[in-house]
Each structure stands twice: as structure tokens, then as C-alpha cells.
Ligand binder design. Structure first.
Ligand code: ATP
Ligand code: MG
Length: 402
């Protein structure tokens, strides 16, 4: 099988490590994606060299997680995670292994990995080293733990969410023992840091096979372990009704708020420990989708929609309506014809307003007038010319006689 160009770019790193007497392989998701014939995203490398030894060999090394054996090697403007072969100790806090041991054999490193499809190594010639028969599971389209599922999920319950995430991304089935263990041990998910859950949940709702993955959330009662959903089980129906992937968590929370306006959006975002930016994005989407429901697509709506939310906005309309003919082109077309793109483009300032209404005290009315002008320009009611604006605002708000 032909190697993805991304592997070719990284081969010098394997060679360099080998020339210094160490073993080095491509591992993890990139090997899986290669065997699936999918495009490869980021490339992870495993080596017998310790982080200090890796640092001694390469000139540009960023020590991102030395205690876990991981450094980033920069090569030709690309970043590669290079991780020392390791085994994990106990996971007594369900978050991080208490200790990691560096080991000298690739097989030991592969044995700590979650699923057989993720536990293969590939050398620089493209030969696959596959002690847990991941290639066979790729052919059978099965997600199966490396080793005893109950042990592996006990060690790190996040693997249960990861299993469903891979169902969503790959459309695979879950091997029977693996699935039974998830059902039995799903409550351990409660112990995990919410931030870790959020990463896997987001990848799940974004998977091409999300409609295959989400029913498992009910079957194994994963919903019962997740913030917001465990407190309000009825909300799960909105995610279960998805007929296509979303991409980002703020799209999920916007969807929930639109479906159930009585929900406290800020509280939901807080329970998932997501950022203020996530809240702002969700909130904006909720407001603009509600404007869309009332008035359809118009200049004023698109003016308020940040470019970074165009795609999310369309995706949510797709999810909310059976028939939607709004595309990115439609939105970009409206946006490109807007007379102004922000309030700073308005040919009239706060000072101009103050000059017009000289015998009034300063106050929030100034901003309100500016906003009225802004909206009138965007909707096409008013030209963005100083004189037009002056006459318009005076006619809307005739000055009091002194
Ligand atoms: P993606 O394409 O989404 O990056 P990935 O398989 O590369 O998928 P990562 O989360 O980047 O997933 O992890 C890289 C590799 O590390 C995995 O393929 C797997 O071998 C191993 N791994 C990651 N998380 C765990 C875990 N919780 N337990 C065991 N092994 C894990
Ligand atoms: Mg990865």
C-alpha cells in the first residue's frame, strides 16, 4: 500500500533515531487510518529512546509531556509527537496513570494501547507490526480492547467513550466482550475529568457515523454519566434525533437551548467546564437562529453573524429543518453585499451625535442612536453618508426645544 506523503515527510525522524541505535515506529491513529485507506492526520512516533535521548538527537524539541515520555520534534516546519515506549502503572485517580515505566520493547508499548486497531506499529518501509491482530479487526470492522476489556476499562474509563467515538468516526461495530464490559462498568465514567469527556463527546457528535454511535449512549447508559444529560435525561432525545453530524460542542448546546428555551445555557456550559468563548458562540447561534425562524435570512442577520460561525449556522439549520437551501455561498453572497461590516464603518460617530443634541446630557441614548443608524444602514433604509444620517436621525429623534 502506498504511504501517505505525511509519512514520507516523517521518515527522516525514524531514520535519525535508528542511526543512533534506537528503534522507532509510526504508531496509533495514523497507522490505523493508513490501513483503512483514509487520509492521515497527525503522525505519532514511538521510540525506544528516552525523552532526554530524543532531545540530544534533534535540534528542535519541545518538551510537552516529558513525565509521560512525550516530546514534540519539529522537522521541516511540522510537529511530531515522539513518545518513548512505555507501560502505564495504576490509574488510581481514573485520570492519569500514577507512574509510567519506560520499556525497551515495542510490544509492551502496544499492549498499553486501547483498541487493537490503535495498537499497531509501522516501520519506515511500511511493514506493519501487529501483535494484537488489529489489521484483522479493521477488516472485520470491529472495535476490540487490547487485553481483557473489563481490566482496560477499569484502568481508564475514558476508553469506553473512545470506543463509541470510533464507532462514530469509522462506522465499526463493538466486539461483544468489549460492549458487555462497557455496559457493566459505564458508571466509572463519573470519575473522569469533564474536560476529557468533552473531547471524546465532541469527536463523537462530529463523526460521519454519528447516527450509529449515539444509540449506544442510551444502550449502555452513557447518558446517565454525562453532565447536563444525567440531570435532565429528556435532553438526550435531541441528540438522538440527529440525522447528520454536528462539528462542535457549542452547536450541541445551541441545539438544546433552541429545542428547550427554558434551559440555562450558561449553566450547561459551566457543567461541561467549557470556555466563555464556547458560551458566546452557542449564545450567538441561539439568538441568530431564532431571528432566522422569525424573519428568514436577511442582511441584519448576516451582519450579526461572525464568519467563524457561518458553517455552524448552516449546519444547525440543516438539523432543524428537513428542507434547507441555505448554503455557504448564500451567506457569503449576502455578506459581500453589506454596506458596512461593523459599527466602525458608520460615517457618523458618537461625537457627531453629541454635537447634534448639544443640550442633552451624555448617556446610553448615544449608543442606542448609533445602533439605530447602524441597523438602518445594514437593512438598506439609510445611506452611509454623513448628511443622510444626520437628517435621518434628526427626523427619528427631533431635538427638544431649549
Ligand atoms: P485521532 O485520529 O482522533 O487522533 P487517535 O487514535 O490518534 O485518533 P489519540 O487520542 O490521538 O487517538 O491517541 C493516539 C493513540 O494513543 C491511540 O491510537 C491509542 O493507541 C493511544 N491512546 C490514546 N488514548 C488512550 C487511552 N485512553 N488508553 C489507551 N491508549 C490510548
Ligand atoms: Mg491522534
Amino acid at each position: 500500500m502506498v504511504l501517505d506523503p505525511l509519512f514520507h515527510k516523517a521518515i527522516p525522524i525514524l531514520e535519525n533515531l535508528e542511526q543512533h541505535g534506537y528503534q522507532a515506529y509510526f504508531v496509533g491513529g495514523s497507522v490505523r487510518d493508513h490501513l483503512l485507506g483514509n487520509s492521515v492526520k497527525d503522525i505519532d512516533i514511538a521510540t525506544s529512546a528516552t525523552p532526554t535521548e530524543v532531545q540530544a538527537i534533534f535540534s528542535k524539541v519541545i518538551p510537552v509531556g516529558i513525565e509521560h515520555g512525550t516530546v514534540i520534534v519539529r522537522h521541516n516546519k511540522q510537529s511530531y509527537e515522539v513518545t518513548t515506549f512505555r507501560k502505564d502503572g495504576n490509574y488510581s485517580d481514573f485520570r492519569h496513570p500514577d507512574e509510567v515505566f519506560f520499556v525497551s520493547k515495542i510490544d509492551d508499548d502496544l499492549s498499553r494501547r486501547d483498541f487493537t486497531i490503535n495498537a499497531m506499529a509501522m516501520n519506515k518501509h511500511g511493514d506493519i507490526h501487529d501483535p494484537f491482530h488489529g489489521e484483522q479487526d479493521i477488516k472485520r470492522q470491529l472495535i476490540r480492547t487490547v487485553g481483557l476489556a473489563s481490566d482496560r476499562f477499569y484502568e481508564d474509563p475514558l476508553r469506553m467513550l473512545r470506543a463509541l467515538r470510533f464507532v462514530s468516526q469509522l462506522g465499526f461495530s463493538i466486539e461483544q466482550h468489549t460492549l458487555e464490559s462497557i455496559k457493566k462498568q459505564v458508571n466509572f465514567v463519573n470519575e473522569l475529568a469533564v474536560e476529557r469527556l468533552a473531547v471524546e463527546f465532541e469527536k463523537t457528535i462530529a463523526g460521519a457515523y454519528v447516527t450509529s454511535a449515539i444509540p449506544f449512549y442510551r444502550d449502555v447508559n452513557l447518558w446517565g454519566q454525562l453532565p447536563v444529560f444525567k440531570e435532565q435525561p429528556k435532553l438526550t432525545t435531541h441528540v438522538e434525533a440527529l440525522n447528520q453530524p454536528l462539528a462542535l460542542l457549542y452547536e450541541v448546546f445551541a441545539l438544546l437551548k433552541i429545542k428547550q428555551p427554558e434551559l440555562d445555557l450558561r449553566q450547561m456550559i459551566r457543567l461541561w467546564k467549557l470556555s466563555n468563548n464556547t458560551y458566546n458562540a452557542a449564545n450567538k447561534l441561539v439568538q441568530l437562529l431564532s431571528q432566522y425562524e422569525q424573519n428568514g435570512l436577511n442582511n441584519w442577520l448576516i451582519y450579526q453573524l461572525p464568519e467563524s460561525l457561518y458553517v455552524s449556522f448552516i449546519r444547525l439549520i440543516d438539523v432543524l429543518h428537513q428542507e434547507n437551501d441555505i448554503t455557504l455561498m448564500t451567506i457569503k453572497d449576502v455578506a459581500s453585499k453589506l454596506k458596512i461590516t461593523s459599527i466602525s464603518d458608520v460615517a457618523f460617530t458618537g461625537k457627531d451625535i453629541i454635537n447634534l443634541y448639544q443640550n442633552r446630557n451624555k448617556g446610553p441614548w448615544i449608543q442606542s442612536y448609533l445602533n439605530q443608524i447602524e441597523k438602518a444602514i445594514v437593512t438598506g433604509e439609510l445611506q452611509n453618508h454623513f448628511q443622510d444620517i444626520k437628517e435621518w436621525i434628526l427626523s427619528c429623534h427631533p431635538p427638544e426645544k431649549s
